[in-house]
Structure formats: structure tokens, C-alpha cells
Design a protein around this ligand. Structure first.
Ligand SMILES: [Zn+2]
Length: 455
């Protein structure tokens, strides 16, 4: 009998600190409903997501605030009050990108369950994560357990178009939300099944977008009598310089850590290089091979520019007085964008083009020596034996750049395990999430956040 009691006691101690409630069932139903709510951006109509979330919070007796940055562009936030530790934000965007039904096996906003998956735009990016956050938030409230810090749920508009009507707008117009906040979890990293191993990647920084417009002006005239130069040849010359991609490779610490973590589960031919990337990238042949193998991994080794738009004359026999091009540059997060733009001006100076900055963010990296990062490591190790946690660097950007600028340690992370091939459906066709993986992710998310906010 005494031994039985000891066993029982040991079992109780091993349970998650918030006793798991049947929240997974509710979360699954919420996800299906949330997918059916049309928040395709453009135009967004995120007020519909705000109504959905507000209804759930209301039923739980959780007070919330809402604000529209423009007609229909709703944002919502709520706070569970706790102790004096720096607060934690669960951040999600409520908008999704468009989906063309022609290429889908289900209606893109169906939320239908078929073959063990929930199908629909936003299941992975990021209504699934959003519902996990909501389930965590509601479970903490229901548990009644005192929290060591405030926990906030913040759901914003417009991330898919840059976030200026969402997270960016809230920071400017409702800065009180972010006061006293030290930790934040957002989209950007997942559990991934690689070969026979599970890796949880936590996004700690991203490449910094620097969007530029090049303009050239020169003598116009008749197409039959070319001058030695024109606005068009100047733009072409400047783009040719860029096309040669002169940016030297350099491996910043977060990228180094990421490649080292990838090395053991990569094909044998890459393992040595990934373990010593700073050396490997000195070989131009290696860089080219890496770019063919994985444009995403190559993009982490240097600043890059994609030539995406240009325009000159609208008539075949008219040499125009001006021409322009726009380029999408992404720089490593270790120096200000001004330094990069000045380098580019220097490089293209012989062509006489003017360079204007359309948009540029500031670089920021979140340190990994925080309670939240440790909780991710500990809880995933406990609940997924043999798995590993790796810090990752994103080539794209999320709303986390806004909050990193405020000094908040912001991690892109959802513990849901998604096989590598499924990620290609994000912004693509037939986006879907495995029902089992989603349910597991909901519970893992709750366990991680509980480990941080409950003493
Ligand atoms: Zn997203």
C-alpha cells in the first residue's frame, strides 16, 4: 500500500504543472471555425477574427481591448494579471494570404477534416499557432493558478502585408501593451521531422529587408539614333553589377549555430562544411553548390538582392527620359542598413543611378539565455525524448522584428511537429495541418508557457 502511494505521488509530481484539460478537442473545433473566417489579405477584414476571439474570451470571462487601425482592420489584446516578472506576450497575426481554389483539393477556407488533416489557408500560417496560443491563454485562466507575470494574448492584422496596420500600428498607438514585457512567442519556428530525427527550431533573428528603388535619368530621343548612354542602359548596367552578386559571404553567430545544429542530420556530403561554415563559404564553388541545393540556406551566408521590378519606355521606338528598377535586398542582421545602402551606392556610382530606400528595418537578434528559451528546451526534451532544439535564422520577416526593436526577447516558435515537405504548402496550395500533430502541439504549447509563468 505504502509503495502504491509512493508510485502515485511520483506520478502526480511528473504531471505538467497545469493539469491538462480537454482543451485539445476545443482547440480543434476552434481551428476549423477560425479557418472558415475569411481574413484574406488584401483586404484583410481582420475584424472578423477579432469577433471570433472576443467571443471566446467573453465566454471565459477574460476582459479584452480592440482597436481598428483602419476600417475593418481589427486588432485585439487581452491580459491575465500575474506577478512582477517581465510579462510574456503570445503574438499572432489573424490575416492570411489569398488562395486560388482552382489549385486546391478542398475549398481553401473549408476547415474540413480529411485524411487526418485539417485543410485550409492559415492552418500552418498561422491560425493553427494562433489557436494553440488561445488554448494556452484560456487554460491558464481556467486553472486559476497564480501566474508569476502578466500573460498577454495579442492578435493583430496585416502581417502578410508588412504589419503596418497590425503590430506596427499597435506599437505606435497602444504602446502600453508592450510596457514591462520581456518575453514574446510568435510564428517562425516549428518542430520538424528531418530524416529520423525531430528538431525544434526556434527563430531568434531574421534577415533584414532593405527594399530599394534605382532611378536613372538621361537624354531621351528616337530609338533609331541611340546615344552612347541612356536612362535604360544606366539601369541595365547597375542591375548587371548587382546580378554579379558581389556581396562577400560572412557567417554571423546565429547562422553558425544553426548550421552546426543542422550538420548531424544532413547528408554526409554537407556535414563537414556545415560544421565549419566560416571556412566553407570562402570557397566560391561551395557557395554555388549550396545555392543550387538550397536557396534558403545559401541566403543565410551573405547579403542578397533579388531584382524584381523595372520599367522604362512605354513605346518601342522611344528612348525614355527616365527608367527605374526595384530590388528586394535582404541583409544579415549584424549591421545597420545605411552601411549596406552606402556600399551599394559606391558599387553602382559609375552608372549614375540614384538609390532610394523604400523600406528598411533595423537588425536585432534575440538572446537565448532566457527562461522562455530554456523552457522550450526542457519541455520538448521531456515530452519528445531524443529531440533537439536549434536556434534558427529566417530569410523572410515576421512581426517579431517590431518587438525585437523594443528589446523584447522574441522567439518564432510553435512546438507542432510538421514534416519538412508540408512547409511548402505555406502560401501555396493545399495548406493543411495533421490533426494529431496539431493536438499534440496544443498540449506542448501549454506545457512550455506554463513552465515559464507558473512557479
Ligand atoms: Zn505568418
Amino acid at each position: 500500500m505504502f509503495r502504491c502511494l509512493l508510485v502515485l505521488l511520483a506520478m502526480l509530481l511528473a504531471m505538467p504543472r497545469v493539469l491538462a484539460q480537454p482543451i485539445e478537442d476545443e482547440a480543434l473545433a476552434w481551428l476549423q471555425e477560425y479557418i472558415r473566417i475569411d481574413t484574406v489579405n488584401p483586404p484583410g477584414n481582420e475584424y472578423r477574427a477579432v469577433e471570433f476571439i472576443a467571443r471566446i474570451l467573453e465566454a471565459e470571462g477574460i476582459p479584452y481591448m480592440t482597436a481598428e487601425s483602419a476600417p475593418g482592420r481589427g486588432n485585439i489584446w487581452a491580459r491575465l494579471e500575474g506577478g512582477d516578472e517581465p510579462a510574456l506576450i503570445l503574438l499572432q497575426h489573424t490575416d492570411v494570404v489569398p488562395a486560388d481554389p482552382k489549385y486546391w483539393s478542398t475549398e481553401p477556407l473549408s476547415g474540413e477534416i480529411r485524411d487526418g488533416y485539417v485543410w485550409g489557408r492559415g492552418t500552418l500560417d498561422m491560425k493553427g499557432t494562433g489557436v494553440s496560443q488561445l488554448a494556452t491563454f484560456v487554460s491558464l485562466k481556467r486553472s486559476g493558478i497564480p501566474l508569476n507575470r502578466d500573460v498577454l494574448l495579442v492578435a493583430t492584422a496585416d502581417e502578410e502585408a508588412g504589419g503596418l496596420f497590425g503590430a506596427g500600428w499597435l506599437i505606435e498607438h497602444h504602446p502600453e501593451i508592450f510596457e514591462g514585457v520581456g518575453l514574446l512567442i510568435n510564428e517562425g519556428g516549428n518542430g520538424e521531422k528531418l530524416a529520423d530525427e525531430i528538431i525544434f527550431s526556434v527563430e531568434v533573428t531574421q534577415k533584414v529587408p532593405v527594399w530599394l528603388r534605382l532611378t536613372a535619368v538621361d537624354t531621351p530621343g528616337h530609338g533609331s539614333m541611340p546615344n552612347t548612354s541612356s536612362a535604360v542602359t544606366r539601369i541595365v548596367d547597375a542591375l548587371a553589377i548587382l546580378r554579379a552578386n558581389p556581396f562577400p559571404p560572412r557567417i554571423v553567430p546565429a547562422v553558425d549555430a544553426m548550421f552546426q545544429a543542422l550538420a548531424p542530420s544532413s547528408a554526409p556530403e554537407w556535414q563537414e562544411a556545415y560544421s565549419h561554415m566560416a571556412n566553407a563559404v570562402q570557397d566560391a564553388g561551395f557557395l554555388e553548390k549550396l545555392q543550387m541545393h538550397s536557396p534558403a540556406l545559401h541566403a543565410l551566408t551573405r547579403d542578397t538582392c533579388s531584382i524584381t521590378r523595372f520599367e522604362a519606355s512605354n513605346k518601342i521606338n522611344v528612348v525614355p527620359p527616365s527608367a527605374w528598377a526595384e530590388i528586394d535586398c535582404r541583409i544579415l542582421p549584424d549591421r545597420p542598413s545605411e552601411v549596406f545602402v552606402n556600399e551599394l551606392r559606391e558599387l553602382t556610382r559609375p552608372t549614375g543611378v540614384e538609390i532610394e530606400v523604400i523600406m528598411a528595418f533595423t537588425p536585432a537578434v534575440s538572446a537565448t539565455n532566457t527562461l522562455l528559451y530554456r523552457a522550450i528546451e526542457e519541455v520538448t526534451a521531456e515530452r519528445h525524448p531524443g529531440s533537439r532544439v536549434m536556434q534558427s535564422v529566417s530569410t523572410g520577416f515576421t512581426d517579431s522584428h517590431f518587438t525585437r526593436d523594443l528589446g523584447i526577447a522574441s522567439y518564432g516558435f510553435d512546438p507542432t511537429i510538421v514534416p519538412e515537405a508540408e512547409f511548402a504548402r505555406i502560401h501555396g496550395n493545399d495548406e493543411r495541418i495533421s490533426v494529431d500533430a496539431f493536438r499534440r502541439g496544443v498540449s506542448d504549447h501549454l506545457a512550455i508557457i506554463s513552465a515559464v509563468v507558473i512557479d
